[in-house]
Each structure stands twice: as C-alpha cells, then as structure tokens.
Design a protein around this ligand. Structure first.
Ligand SMILES: C[S@@+](CC[C@H](N)C(=O)[O-])C[C@H]1O[C@@H](n2cnc3c(N)ncnc32)[C@H](O)[C@@H]1O
Length: 284
C-alpha cells in the first residue's frame, strides 16, 4: 500500500477518534484542507506520522486543543469584501427598516471583525438600537478575542480602505478608541453583540433570525455537511429572512435552492420565500 493511502486511513481514524473522545466532528470537512492542517501540525510538534499522533491526541487534551485551533481557520478582517457590504446596504437594509426589531446571527465569526463591521453598518443605517446580534464560533480563543473587541492599530489603514469602499459617508474612527498599539471597538457596538460557542455541525437552532451571515466557513465542509448546515440556517430563518453566504459559497447546488430568491448573485445574498414552493404550486 502506498504512503498516501496509509495516511488516508490514519487520518480517517484520527477524525473518528476526535469525534469519540471530544465530540468535535470533522469527519465531513473538506479532506484536502484537513490533510494540510494535520501535516503542518505534525511538523510543528515534531511527530513523524498521524499513527503516532493518534494515541497522544486521545490522552492529551491540551495537545488536542492545539490541533482544534489549527483546524479552525481564523483568517478574517473588518469589512472583508467591501462589495458585499454595499450589496447588504442596497438589497437588505431597506427591508430591515420595515421590521420592528431585528435578530441577526453571524455564524463562524472567528475573532469578530465581521460582526463589528455589521454592527457599524446597522448603526449607520439607524438600525442598531433595535438589533440583537448573536456571534458564534467553535473556537473559544477566537471568541475571547472577539468579545474583547481589541485589534492591532497596524491593521487600521487596511480597514479604513475597506470601510470607504462599502459606500459609507462617515469616518471609521467614529467607531473605536485608539491607543498606541490597539483600537478598542465602541462600547455601544459591543453591547449589542452576544458571543457564544456554537458548533454548526453538532448544535441546534437557538432562535428565529431575520438575517444570517455565514461567509468563508462552509468552504471547509464537504457537500453533505454544507447541506446539513444550510438546513440548520433554513430552520433558524423567519419567512422573508435573509441569508448571506458571501462570494465563495452558494445555494445553487443545495436542497434549498428553490426556497430562496437570489437578491445579489455576486455576493450570494438570498431571501427566504414567504411560502414554500409546494404550497405555491398547490395554489396554482
Ligand atoms: C475563515 S473564518 C471566517 C470568518 C468570517 N466569517 C469571515 O468571513 O471573515 C472561519 C471560521 O469558521 C469557524 N468554524 C469552522 N467550523 C465551524 C463549526 N463547525 N461551527 C462553527 N464555526 C466553525 C472557524 O473556527 C473560523 O473561525
């Protein structure tokens, strides 16, 4: 048997062991991405093969925490993909303005940059005071950073450029306090956001949402898992609610495609129909 095949078997066993021992289910993540991360983890910890790593992962929870951290890719930034925020302003905000209150879920929020960007947009549009925002992730150390809302000053120039591209008339500096090294996000923004650990693969619906954002998360899942998570979003969204997947994910090949209207095709912003298609058909 070739080395690659042996490695595939070992990786399958490792993911099974992690599920049995810790309850985290990475079995339906994209195997190419998991494979890359396991290899890097082996190198970093000076371990030769996955076979050697396996018993240690089962017996050393701290070592597992390191692997868990590496499995969850935390890359993010403020106003990432500015055209997405422009489309949100154009397609979704006018409709949100007609609602008496708004519940928002940012799923896979990483270190929080996306959810603060959203809170700023809602504030600019006069919607923040009637919004409740939930920001969730599986990675506790990312969530702790998100809760603090403190980011390195050296990244601010890039954030300002992104922010200007979103079509805002204001200055980004309105929304944080700066010291020599960091910016601290405005208390008013932080106060509207509840950060919590929620695993999209294992945990359930926790509320009825008007708007769900989940960008750059499902790219790490295989098709089966993507469909499962999309079902979870569908159960969590009110009729007429908005689902934002961003440029890299889509409903196109999912079971839900005909239950949503595409409001913006480039940024994959969808609106759930008020009636399910079979009901529409029955009425015809
Ligand atoms: C690349 S970041 C995306 C951050 C942000 N949404 C953005 O687009 O900038 C992916 C995030 O998904 C989270 N994630 C991965 N699997 C998850 C799961 N099963 N449940 C919840 N979050 C998950 C990771 O921990 C990571 O923080």
């Amino acid at each position: 048997m070739q080395e690659k095949e042996l490695e595939d078997i070992e990786r399958t066993l490792l993911l099974e062991a992690i599920f049995l021992r810790y309850g985290y289910d990475f079995r339906n993540y994209s195997q190419a991405s998991i494979s890359r991360r396991v290899r890097l983890f082996l190198e970093k910890n000076d371990v030769e093969t996955i076979g050697e790593l396996l018993p240690r992962i089962i017996r050393e929870p701290e070592l597992f925490q390191g692997l868990l951290f590496d499995f969850s890719v935390t890359v993010t930034e403020m106003f990432r993909d500015p055209p997405f925020y422009r489309a949100l302003r154009r397609e979704v905000v006018p409709l949100l303005k007609t609602y008496p209150f708004i519940k928002v879920w940012s799923a896979g929020c990483a270190t929080g940059e996306e959810v603060y960007s959203l809170a700023i947009l809602l504030k600019e549009e006069g919607l923040l005071h009637k919004s409740t925002i939930f920001a969730t992730d599986i990675n506790d150390s990312s969530l702790a950073k998100a809760k603090r809302g403190i980011y390195p000053l050296k990244q601010v120039r890039e954030y300002i450029e992104n922010f200007q591209e979103t079509g805002s008339m204001h200055s980004f500096s309105r929304y944080y306090h700066a010291n020599e090294e960091h910016i601290v996000m405005e208390r008013e923004l932080r106060g509207r956001i509840t950060f919590a650990n929620h695993n999209l693969v294992a945990d359930q619906v926790f509320g009825e949402m008007h708007l769900i954002l989940c960008r750059n998360v499902m790219i790490y899942f295989d098709k089966k898992l993507q469909n499962m998570v999309l079902d979870l979003f569908d159960q969590s969204l009110i009729r007429g609610g908005f689902l934002c997947l961003g440029g890299r994910e889509s409903l196109r090949f999912s079971n839900l495609n005909d239950r949503y209207e595409e409001l913006d095709s480039a940024n994959r912003i969808y609106r759930k129909h008020f009636a399910h298609n079979h009901q529409l058909q029955a009425r015809r």
